[in-house]
Design a protein around this ligand. Sequence first.
Ligand SMILES: C[S@@+](CC[C@H](N)C(=O)[O-])C[C@H]1O[C@@H](n2cnc3c(N)ncnc32)[C@H](O)[C@@H]1O
Length: 411
Amino acid sequence: MTHLPTPQPEALAHSIRVSEWIAERLVLARGWMSFADYMRLALYAPGLGYYSAGASKFGRTGDFVTAPEISPLFAEVVAGQIDIVLRQIGQGDLLELGPGTGAFAVAAILKFNQCGTPLERYRMLEVSADLRERQAERLAGVSETCPPLDWCDRLPETLSGVIFGNEILDALPCERFVTRGEQYWRLGVGLSIEATSGEPQFEWRVRPADGSAPGDDEFQREAAHLQQSLRSHGIELPDDYCGEWQVGLDAWFASMAASLSEGVMLLADYGLPRAHLYHPDRARGSLRCYYRHHAHDDPFLWPGLNDITAWVDFTRVAEAAERAGLQVRGFTTQMAFLAGGGIEQAFSRALEPLSSASSGATVAEQTNLAAGVRRLLMPGEMGESVKFVMLGRSEKYELPAFTLRDLRHTL
Ligand SMILES: C[S@@+](CC[C@H](N)C(=O)[O-])C[C@H]1O[C@@H](n2cnc3c(N)ncnc32)[C@H](O)[C@@H]1O
């Protein structure tokens, strides 16, 4: 990992605390834990994990950049689609899952105010106290304007309106597997002690799901379903193929569906339909780690300092959502969603004041605006790899953003 910048001493000391905490759990688990358990601890262990401790994660000074950070036009277009649903309901709430720095909320609220959207409350589900503070600071400038904002650490009992999340599913803990002949084995985490420093070191450990470790039965069920489903597409994974899936999606969607009394759920995430994600050409899986804008594939490096993500199997999302009583009402690429939702017009509107001679705007500001939009739309950037999915019970919600390129048949 010579291309990665070295963390500051206090960051390294924090990472050692995270490693020791995970190592203690591993010893209690008799030397082996699923990768999902490792990822849950490394990202979400209270006060220690990547998303639960105070480090700066998002944006230029952090580790990665998400769409709302790249350009406010992302939120403007998404908010325009949310406005359509809320008008159809009459009025309702927006619940944003994992709002990050609050960048999406700021731009969305400006758009809602412009449109006179019938939004009763802007709710944010955020489990990290540190991120809540950052969101409140960022929103201070717009919070005097309607609608009322509130933060929650669990889903509301009932919600009429829209649940929105950007890059939430790809941050959920995932199970990893590796193929051994026709069998799918569990690729989990073991422990060794580094000879010179005496520090715990994590390593990959493969074992069959033979019923002797927690979660083996669920793994077997999921693996059998995946194998059967891929076979129905004529896909047999080669030996030594490695992949992953997010765990607990059934429960996650069941809780969302139970909360959503009326309206839709709108999610944007890196991912593919199953037959494309688990393609024999993608033999090393999609697990990626991010440290200071460098992507790498070692989740055991500096636990607590790296983001860890895996691409989403949207066929699995559709299955879990349907089991929870929600249907897929739209599925498309980010490029098609934003184009169908009017990003071109939004771009022209944003460019106009920057182009007038009296604005004092620099060429750099105009170029930045265009570069942001390009990054959101280009196939080699986020345009194709990020997908939008809309889930709901009723057929009445139809959004123009999903009509340009309907990809539901690929699920
Ligand atoms: C990659 S960040 C995306 C942040 C933000 N939405 C953005 O686009 O900038 C992933 C977020 O998902 C949140 N998250 C993880 N598990 C969650 C869950 N079960 N429910 C809601 N949010 C969750 C994390 O706390 C984190 O803020």
